[in-house]
Design a protein around this ligand. Structure first.
Ligand SMILES: NC(=O)c1ccc[n+]([C@@H]2O[C@H](COP(=O)([O-])OP(=O)(O)OC[C@H]3O[C@@H](n4cnc5c(N)ncnc54)[C@H](OP(=O)(O)O)[C@@H]3O)[C@@H](O)[C@H]2O)c1
Length: 234
């Protein structure tokens, strides 16, 4: 009888609800094990998924804007190896608020959560990912500088464009890294963040987005891709 292959595993940061939760469920469908993170001690959808999935979902905790919590997570995971690290966590703000109107406090909140903190997670945890693995971060089509012809969502756009640039710097610093790196644009999806007007259902976005991630193993270098695997112009 052939030996059973060890299951692949993803470390998914920000998996309590929305797109991150859907990614956890989708990776399970592909037979993977999931370590998903939540914030705080409240029960989340991920807890329900963990209960239904035997021991295939492990729940960890991290608030990515707290560097001590990232360091503690890294310490708890020492000795583990993952096939994917994916940082999904992110926030938005009032889409109509322009850069002229935003308070400094709100600007800092969005920038720190969406640009600085995901990179702190990548910097702290990337060494847990196998050489054949994928380092992914949830960006947005709104992070494209070239495609910004409509305005709106100015602060959010700025935060994702900054995230993209920081990830490019990381990739440049790790140019000999055999791992695939990717900034994902999931499309405008009907979640709490995306709202009811979103163009896509979670089911239209996430199974495709996960297919794209699965196709990236063994392709080193950074790409900025949408949920159908199409390159997004920087
Ligand atoms: N929905 C869209 O149309 C869309 C489009 C493009 C890009 N995106 C990006 O996709 C990602 C997920 O979006 P979504 O629509 O699923 O949003 P969502 O429903 O609002 O979920 C946001 C997720 O991020 C987590 N999170 C927020 N701040 C965090 C922090 N400081 N530390 C740890 N976790 C944190 C939340 O955890 P809690 O439950 O603890 O709050 C939640 O799991 C975001 O990065 C977003 O910018 C979304």
């Amino acid at each position: 009888m052939p030996a059973t292959l060890p299951k692949k595993s993803i470390l998914l940061i920000g998996a309590s609800r929305g797109l991150g939760y859907a990614m956890a469920a989708e990776y399970l469908k592909h037979g993977w094990n999931v370590v998903g993170t939540v914030r705080g001690s409240a029960r989340t959808l991920l807890h329900d998924l963990a209960e239904k999935s035997g021991s295939r979902v492990e729940i960890e905790s991290v608030d990515i804007v707290e560097p001590d919590q990232i360091a503690a997570l890294r310490a708890r995971l020492t000795g583990r190896t993952f096939d994917v690290l994916f940082v999904n966590a992110g926030v938005t703000n009032n889409p109509k608020e322009t850069i002229a109107e935003v308070t400094t406090e709100e600007f800092v909140r969005v920038m720190v959560t969406n640009a600085l903190s995901p990179m702190r997670v990548v910097e702290a945890l990337h060494d847990l990912v196998a050489p054949t693995g994928v380092l992914g971060v949830m960006s947005s089509g709104q992070g494209s500088v070239s495609n910004n012809t409509m305005g709106m969502r100015e602060v959010y756009r700025g935060s994702k464009a900054a995230l993209n640039t920081f990830m490019r710097s990381f990739a440049a610093r790790h140019s000999a890294d055999p791992r695939a790196m990717v900034l994902m644009a999931p499309g405008w999806v009907r979640t709490e963040m995306g709202g009811p007007e979103g163009r896509l259902s979670v089911e239209e976005s996430i199974p495709n987005l996960v297919k794209v991630l699965l196709s990236l193993h063994g392709t080193p270098g950074l790409q900025y891709l949408d949920y159908l695997g199409r390159t997004v112009p920087w």
